[in-house]
Design a protein around this ligand. Structure first.
Ligand SMILES: CC(C)(COP(=O)(O)OP(=O)(O)OC[C@H]1O[C@@H](n2cnc3c(N)ncnc32)[C@H](O)[C@@H]1OP(=O)(O)O)[C@@H](O)C(=O)NCCC(=O)NCCS
Length: 141
């Protein structure tokens, strides 16, 4: 069956989206209620479906003029490696229509993003909830 992308947030089961991030896997356990807030507050969001089945997602914060930041790109493991993650990232890049798009790649995922033109930044900085843990995960120096 064909894969299609949708921006219709009303199609989303937030429990199923939480399951996506748990199984992908991506980050810590997400509560469905928090995911709903985060996705609704993100100017750009996109979901991949096979029929009515959610198989992937991604979102971006954007000011609509200059800057955007991509977060939470994930595809269910059984659907990974079929070009769906690329469809999601391409959609977010194309619809952002801003000068600069940032993201932080999960460790091991930089090469995936380099394919779209993302390059490692020299001066990117972040406040992390736990510095030690972020350092252990290879996110900060
Ligand atoms: C990262 C992720 C979204 C990629 O989605 P996907 O649907 O598997 O990716 P695609 O099938 O579109 O991959 C496109 C290409 O990138 C390559 N690629 C995918 N993940 C890669 C990685 N970690 N390192 C290097 N190349 C990678 C694929 O091999 C493929 O190459 P090909 O075109 O030569 O066949 C998916 O693996 C995932 O959900 N991972 C867990 C969550 C996660 O880490 N998300 C990223 C957060 S920053």
């Amino acid at each position: 069956m064909e894969i299609d992308l949708s921006t219709d947030i009303d199609r989303i089961s937030w429990q199923e989206l939480a399951r996506l991030f748990e199984l992908a896997p991506l980050g810590k356990k997400r509560e469905p209620e928090q995911l709903e807030i985060a996705f609704r507050n993100s100017m750009l969001k996109v979901f991949a479906f096979q029929g009515e089945k959610l198989i992937g997602a991604g979102r971006a914060l954007s000011d609509g003029v200059w800057r955007a930041a991509i977060y939470d790109v994930a595809v269910f493991p059984e659907y990974q490696g079929r070009g769906i993650g690329s469809m999601i990232v391409r959609h977010l890049i194309d619809s952002a229509k801003v000068d600069v798009i940032m993201l932080y790649a999960a460790p091991g995922k930089s090469e995936f993003y380099e394919r779209f033109g993302f390059r490692k930044m020299v001066t990117a900085m972040a406040i992390m909830p736990s510095e030690d843990e972020a350092r252990k995960r290879g996110l900060i120096e």
